[in-house]
Design a protein around this ligand. Structure first.
Ligand code: AMP
Length: 328
């Protein structure tokens, strides 16, 4: 049995990137034979950037509700909230002693985020983010971490930390592997196809999952395109390739099929179709979400069940680790 662990931060609007790159895949992967899935809300990671307390709490429940909406099934997968399992914070502190400042300073995400936020945003928590993430996966002996390409470096660091701990104290942690779905691992911004679609970017660059249909259609209409008015997939066509990936995910048609379908048609028609198809599907999902989100007591009970399942493994791992270190 292979174990998959993955998380999502409640730090802003959920985007089409989160949906296609993470949540939709998580739901699909639950049906793969021989896999056990752990999905969590990474709220401790979220506070590495200032958050409003009420918003953070609300978004935590929103994510659980979105996971259920897109088909993550609490009877098949363990769904939990990071901050409710103290073992995550505990293991992070311990693992801090198996990683150097040099290694953490090399992490692209830290360099990007701290450069954007200025001196006062260069928090120790942001710097330590990859160690908390290493703990998230090492606690559960995860085999596979389905991530976007942006997180591969962090999974590599988790491996190094695990390896170092194992070398010093004997076999303790399993070495996790990042798994990428080739096409959806990086859904790009609608106004700059060389940048990842991100909730921290300008509003017209991303589609949020709770966006209204008119806005969705408008944003796709305005999405940047490439030179040469043909619809095909390729490195020289980053904007159209990104739109093809999105359309393919929403229609369940292959990219080749779509390219054939749009042969001889212009960008205008193509972008109009994508906008309408995405708007339809998201409207349907939003209605489902509203129902699921409305029943907060059910959400709480799902979280509580998931937390209790996850805690068993997490606490066991922390206690093995503490024992090896002589921590009573
Ligand atoms: P985050 O919102 O940073 O917590 O990311 C949650 C998950 O969504 C991670 O697995 C990310 O790699 C994935 N993700 C976020 N944005 C994108 C994107 N634009 N394309 C593909 N995956 C993404």
């Amino acid at each position: 049995m292979k174990r998959v662990v993955s998380g999502i931060k409640p730090s802003g609007d959920l985007t089409l990137g989160n949906y296609l790159g993470a949540m939709k895949r998580w739901a699909e992967n639950q049906h793969k034979e021989g896999y056990e899935n752990f999905f969590f809300v990474a709220n401790l990671h979220a506070i590495t950037v200032k958050q409003d307390a009420d918003q953070l709490k609300k978004r935590t429940y929103d994510i659980i509700a979105w996971l259920l909406t897109v088909g993550v099934d609490p009877n098949r997968s363990v769904i939990f909230v990071q901050s409710m399992i103290p073992a995550h914070s505990e293991i992070c502190w311990i693992l801090n002693n198996y990683v150097t400042m040099g290694e953490l300073g090399k992490m692209t995400q830290f360099k990007d985020k701290s450069a954007k936020s200025g001196r006062e945003g260069q928090l120790a928590g942001l710097y330590d983010y990859p160690v908390l993430m290493a703990g998230d996966v090492l606690l559960y002996d995860a085999d596979e971490i389905p991530v976007g390409i942006d997180q591969v470096q962090h999974v590599e660091l988790s491996r190094s930390i695990a390896q170092r701990f194992n070398n010093t104290h004997g076999e303790t942690f399993k070495l996790p592997k990042a798994t990428l779905s080739e096409k959806t691992s990086k859904i790009m911004s609608l106004n700059d196809p060389l940048k990842k679609m991100s909730k921290s970017d300008t509003e017209d660059s991303y589609i949020s999952l709770d966006e209204n249909p008119e806005k969705i259609i408008r944003k796709f209409k305005r999405a940047v395109t490439d030179s040469e008015n043909s619809i095909r997939y390729g490195e020289d066509k980053p904007a159209i390739s990104n739109l093809l990936v999105i359309l393919s995910e929403f229609t369940e048609k292959s990219i080749d099929e779509l390219v054939r379908e749009y042969e001889g048609k212009g960008y205008g028609q193509f972008k109009k179709d994508i906008g309408e198809i995405v708007a339809d599907k998201l409207t349907y999902l939003q209605q489902k979400f509203a129902e699921v989100r409305n029943d907060e007591s059910r959400l709480k009970s799902i979280i509580s069940q998931g937390n209790s399942n996850a805690s068993i493994l997490a606490n066991e791992k922390v206690s093995i680790v503490k024992d090896k270190l002589g921590l009573i």
